[in-house]
Design a protein around this ligand. Structure first.
Ligand code: PMT
Length: 396
């Protein structure tokens, strides 16, 4: 595996392991990558910007402006990159990442980056075990960043324990994997649903639910990042998406979602139904606004078509994934839906778990197939989307 043509920003912070970056930069260039380096001021105390500039064959950035007072554009640099690696990452920079403190050029580049971010921490063993570092690593992970854990061994303090920066060869393989992931669904077509459905009562009112669409949009982004061609069918949502291999189709009601899904179902390899579809719709949709004359109003509801159930009935080559949003008897209900709707896999999220389900930016899931089950911790929806797609990748 090579990194031919990949553009990498290496952010170096002030730790003794910074010297290892000389070797990593050499290996990255050998592997075909183009590397631009950003150093914090304290990193320059440990390793020379001149050495790194010579090895990377590029200018090294240490501040918002150079000695001749020309401005370094952090946004342009961040958008140039296919990946940003922060190594070694000190406890200090990790804390800034987790809380958004932007007080140096490296942090400004990091906060402007849209590419995947990989963080390789290094510090003394007690610092690495400190609750704040553990929490900040979890926070960084919840942002969707990949962490390369520090290794066990002799540390600069003379102590022995976990805290050593991962070896350059390990960091290189992690970066190669990041890029190979980007092609893992290449040639595959995905159909993903997202968001709520709105069932009109009259021209101004509807029956809906709290789905924001984020879970489905994050799944679409991650599938597209891995090379899939994605058809994303979304109910009303404020989420935005822009990628050349995603086609976004807007619908409002469950019936419209049903119609749109079956325009494409036959041609897709994987279908993931994360939309929160209304089970019932008003039997009659009033053509004029209903006036508030009576003290009570009864709206008769009729059952909507079960989109996922119908997909299960018509399944041929598709790998079919359903979601289950439950409030009680979660596992039993999810497993029952898995079988009844003829699914290959179901993702359970429970409203009883704090931070899971609707509208949150986080989710906590459990995956079931007819043969196995796997639990995941509370994570950002971006990270949950990665877990779901890793699982699907294993099964395909
Ligand atoms: O959008 P977010 O705010 O990010 O929130 C994400 C989410 C909570 C909406 C999402 O993670 C989720 O759980 N989606 C499924 C919600 C749901 O409708 O669950 P359900 O258990 O009622 O339905 C089971 C499955 O059948 C779902 O895959 C659903 O898409 C599908 N279904 C349901 C009814 C229907 N008429 N047709 C369907 O296809």
């Amino acid at each position: 595996m090579s990194l031919q043509g990949k553009k990498i920003i290496l952010g170096i912070t002030g730790g003794i392991a910074a010297y290892k970056m000389n070797f990593l930069v050499r290996d990255l260039l050998k592997s075909g990558a183009e590397v631009k380096i950003v150093m914090t001021k304290s990193a320059t105390d440990f390793v020379s910007a001149l050495t790194l500039s010579t090895l990377s064959k590029n200018k090294v950035y240490t501040n918002f402006y150079d000695e001749n007072k020309t401005w370094n554009n952090h946004v342009e640099l961040a958008l140039w990159a296919d990946l940003m690696l922060i190594a070694p990452c000190t406890a200090n920079t990790l804390a800034k990442i987790s809380s958004g403190i932007c007080d140096n050029f490296l942090m400004a580049v990091y906060m402007s980056a849209k590419c995947p971010v990989v963080i390789a921490p290094a510090m003394d063993l007690d610092m690495y075990a400190h609750p704040t570092v553990i929490r900040n690593l979890q926070t960084a992970e919840s942002f969707g960043h990949q962490i390369i854990p520090a290794e066990f061994g002799e540390l600069a303090s003379g102590l022995v324990g976990q805290g050593r920066l991962a070896e350059p060869s390990t960091i290189l393989s992690v970066l190669e994997k990041q890029f190979s992931d980007a092609e893992s669904f290449s040639g595959k077509k995905f159909l993903i649903t997202a968001g709520p459905t709105y069932e009109n009562i009259d021209p101004v009112r509807f029956i809906g639910n709290h789905s924001s669409g984020k879970m489905g949009f994050d799944l679409a982004k991650e599938a597209a990042r891995r090379g899939a061609e994605v058809i994303l069918i979304s109910g009303p949502s404020a989420e935005k998406i822009a990628a050349k291999n995603i086609t976004l189709l807007h619908v409002t009601s469950a019936q419209e979602m049903f119609d749109e899904v079956f325009q494409y179902y036959e041609i897709v390899d994987v279908a993931i139904m994360s939309a929160a579809v209304a089970d019932y719709a008003p039997k009659v949709k009033a053509t004029e606004k209903i006036k508030k004359n009576e003290s009570e109003l009864t709206i008769e509801l009729i059952k909507n078509k079960d989109i996922l159930g119908t997909m299960g009935e018509k399944k041929s080559k598709q790998f079919l994934v359903g979601f289950a949003l439950e409030t009680q008897n979660e596992e039993q209900n999810a497993k029952e839906k898995l079988i009844r709707k003829n699914l290959d896999m179901i993702v359970l999220n429970s409203l009883r778990d704090e931070g899971a389900g609707f509208a949150n930016t986080t989710n906590k899931i459990k995956i079931f197939t007819p043969a196995e089950e796997r639990s995941f911790s509370l994570k950002s929806k971006e990270a949950v989307a990665k877990d779901i797609l890793d699982f699907i990748e294993e099964k395909l």
